[in-house]
Design a binder for this molecule. Structure first.
Ligand code: C2O
Ligand code: CU
Ligand code: CU
Length: 475
């Protein structure tokens, strides 16, 4: 059985797995495009520009990739060659980062130190290894100092790698929906509002939550069938607390890592940069079930209210909001949940332990600090040897959440606040709640060069919460 792809794929440029029934569930947004690799190659152009966009039933002046918010879905297979051209039609510099991909941080691959000046074109080219994990990744700008502004303006796009997880027969048979969560702050005419200074400091958020640039989509769930929900938090600062009302859902992957077996969950907390892969089995009463976003306090509510600031829109920020409506449709051939997914490979034994302390303060004009220091492009903060494993203790001394993200190589979360995590999986981003701590085990598997780790509340990153890591070839 072949999967149907919902929402994405309507106006596929080169897609092949489209079925007629999709037409009834399409996002009304025209021009939602999908680029699928052909014969081992994905070639695409992405133009970053400020454009008028349809957004949740109105027109909005946003920053878009190739006239779309979110940007086109790039879909490829492990082992493929990828060639992209980024055309910068913005009035400021930008570049591309491939969040979560295990590719070199150098040359024309995932090199976040390259810059496309306004009007310039940058070429990106890299190969995915044949055993690259299958998963949902994403691309977004990474030009230090304007990352929050550009991502909050709309620049973000999903990227799917098909790998081993996609070969699991039940997953292959499941319908699939990619849901990109973004929030916006617009005025009545559809222009982006300048964030208030407090939001610029603590992390800009907007009242308007969109799913694939639109209002909550209706997703058909065939009775007895399986729906694979792939969620991406592409928001600059907002942390989502998600729940599927009155219906079970099963986690099968986090970020780019698959679980060993589907695990039923209740709530899902999704920090900026994080992804979740879920299966919903149509085994309940035929009805409509809401995927809702619930309030989550990442440490700013008290701060804002204490200082007399209120997020725009007041109560709308705290009321549960529907992000998608799963609607039962006619009975299909029963597809059970898979009993097993992929074995989770252990990272190996660590050769050393490091500590990273996240805190607020002032150091050389920067406010968000790691080990007391703000980002300095001329300083390497951490040197590691490829082929080794390290334990990283990340301690959040501040009264605000900080989602920690490492480029190039993945990690497993071993402990939260000192408590062992059952069944760790491979991740690239992990939220560290206010005053909390996380123990990671990082496997520096491949790719020499310099890259970064940082907080994925992008205003925090822009204001210093980022360090540079050099991965040295093994002796
Ligand atoms: Cu998604 Cu360095 O970021
Ligand atoms: Cu990244
Ligand atoms: Cu942060």
């Amino acid at each position: 059985m072949k999967r149907r792809q919902l929402l994405w794929g309507a106006i596929a440029t080169t897609g092949s797995v489209l079925l007629a029934r999709c037409a009834t569930v399409l996002s009304p947004t025209p021009g939602r495009s999908r680029v699928v690799s052909q014969a081992g190659e994905l070639v695409a152009d992405l133009t970053a520009a400020e454009t008028w966009q349809p957004l949740a039933g109105r027109q909005a002046r946003l920053l878009s990739y190739s006239g779309q918010v979110p940007g086109p879905l790039l879909e490829m297979n492990a082992g493929d060659r990828v060639q992209l051209r980024l055309h910068n039609r913005l009035t400021q510099p930008t570049n591309l980062h491939f969040h979560g991909l295990h590719i070199p941080p150098t040359d024309q691959a995932d090199n976040v130190f390259r810059v496309a000046a306004s009007g310039e074109t940058l070429n990106y080219a890299f190969d995915l290894s044949p055993d690259h994990p299958g998963g949902l990744f994403w691309y977004h700008p990474h030009h230090h100092g304007t990352v929050a502004e550009q991502v909050f303006g709309g620049l973000a796009g999903p990227l799917i790698v098909r790998g081993a997880i996609d070969q699991v027969p039940e997953i292959q048979a499941a319908d699939e929906a990619v849901l990109v969560l973004q929030d916006f702050d617009l005025d009545r005419r559809g222009n982006r509002r300048e964030p208030m200074p407090m939001f610029r400091r603590w992390g800009r958020e907007g009242d308007l939550i969109t799913v694939n640039g639109d209002r909550p989509p209706q997703l058909p769930l065939p009775q007895n069938g399986l729906l694979r929900l792939r969620l991406l938090n592409a928001s600059a600062s907002r942390i989502y607390r998600l729940r599927l009302q009155n219906h079970p859902w099963h986690l099968i992957g986090l970020d780019g890592g698959a679980l060993a077996a589907p695990t039923e969950i209740d709530e899902l907390i999704l920090a900026p940069g994080e992804r979740a892969d879920l299966l919903v089995a149509g085994q309940r009463d035929p009805a409509a079930y809401d995927l809702v976003s619930l309030p989550y306090d990442r440490g700013i509510a008290n701060m804002m209210h204490g200082m007399g600031h209120h997020p725009r829109g007041g109560d709308r920020n705290t009321a549960p909001q529907s992000l998608a409506i799963l609607t039962y449709t006619e009975t299909t051939t029963p597809t059970p949940l898979p009993t097993a997914l992929l074995p989770v490979v252990a990272p190996g034994e660590p050769i050393r332990r490091r500590e990273f302390v996240l805190d607020h303060g002032i150091n050389q004009g920067q406010f968000f600090l790691i080990n007391g220091r703000g980002f300095d492009h001329h300083r390497i903060d951490t040197r590691v040897q490829l082929g080794t494993v390290e334990d990283w203790h990340i301690l959040n001394k501040a009264g605000m959440d900080h989602p920690f993200h490492l480029h190039t190589n993945g990690f497993q979360v071993l402990r939260r606040d000192g408590q062992p995590v059952a069944d760790p999986v491979w991740k690239d981003t992990v939220n560290i709640p206010a005053y909390g701590s996380i123990d990671l085990r990082v496997a520096f598997a491949d790719f020499p060069g310099v890259t970064v780790y940082h907080c994925h509340i992008l205003d925090h990153e822009d204001q210093g919460m980022m360090g540079q890591i050099e991965m040295q070839p093994s002796a």
